[in-house]
Design a protein around this ligand. Structure first.
Ligand code: SF4
Length: 264
């Protein structure tokens, strides 16, 4: 898979390079039209950091635990994912070898708090089988791949979408990739910098581009920024927002009346 992907990344590079000023201009235009600037993004960041302080993400003791957490948190809260990880810890299963050897039904039972446990057990098994096959089970060797290659490999794994791949690339491998999630979309749409379409993948890339176009490629900044947005989305910018106490209230154009509306 790796050799094939290397070739595809290379070809993609050629394709993208040859591609088109038109598409590059389109990208630039989208970023400009979003009304975002480095100043605006850093102002938002400072306000969030000033209120919430450092978030110390990602909560995980090892790189393998961070990777598992990124799979377990799919479509559920971090609290649920953390309970599943605790169960794996207590069962002494937080190594690649132990996860390879454990039976699928036992693994599924242990990660039950994270919901969709049968599917996630299969994904975890697939992940460790991949590590074993290509990296002798060494997750850090895998995470040492060049960023583009690592990202492509992750996206090729069963059940790993952009958000999970980016979370692992940023939080486990420490590379400057901005993670976008449902909170990011909701907050930046209310701030007036993003309009969702029906194409989730296109939306993801468009919003991500808005951050990477204006901010320095700094993994520590991206780490903290995403964690702060999750905190804001969890505490104030909820489906029914609590604008009165929000640290972004002074700079958010979300109309007062709309604050009583329930958004996705
Ligand atoms: S002011 Fe309200 S809508 Fe704007 S970011 Fe804060 S909670 Fe969300």
């Amino acid at each position: 898979m790796i050799a094939k992907r290397r070739l595809s990344i290379y070809l993609l590079g050629i394709y993208t390079t040859g591609l088109s000023e038109a598409s590059m201009n389109e990208k630039k235009r989208t970023v400009q039209e979003s009304g975002l600037s480095r100043k605006r993004l850093m102002d938002i960041y400072e306000r969030l950091y000033g209120r919430f302080g450092p978030q110390d993400w990602w909560p995980g003791e090892t790189t393998l635990e961070i990777c598992l957490g990124a799979i377990l948190v799919q479509n559920t809260s971090w609290a649920n994912a953390a309970r599943a990880i605790d169960n794996l810890k207590k069962a002494d299963l937080l190594t690649e070898r132990a996860l390879q050897n454990v039976r699928m039904d036992r693994l599924a039972r242990l990660i039950r708090p994270a919901r969709f446990f049968n599917m996630k057990a299969k994904r975890i098994k697939g992940f460790v089988a991949y590590l074993s096959k290509h990296f002798e089970g060494d997750v850090d060797r895998f995470l040492g791949l060049p960023t583009g290659e690592l990202h492509e490999e992750l996206l090729g794994l069963d059940g790993v979408g952009r958000e999970t791949a980016d979370s692992i690339t940023l939080y486990a491998a420490g590379r400057p990739v901005f993670v976008v999630d449902a909170y990011t979309k909701r907050i930046f749409s209310r701030l007036g910098h993003f309009e969702a379409s029906r194409n989730g993948d296109k939306d993801y890339l468009a919003l991500q581009e808005r951050f990477t176009a204006h901010l320095p490629a700094d993994a520590a900044l991206f780490n903290e920024y995403h964690a702060l947005l999750v905190r804001l989305g969890h505490t104030f910018c909820r489906p029914t927002p609590k604008c009165g106490e929000c640290p972004l209230r002074a700079v958010c154009p979300y109309p007062e009346d709309d604050a009583r509306r329930i958004d996705p």
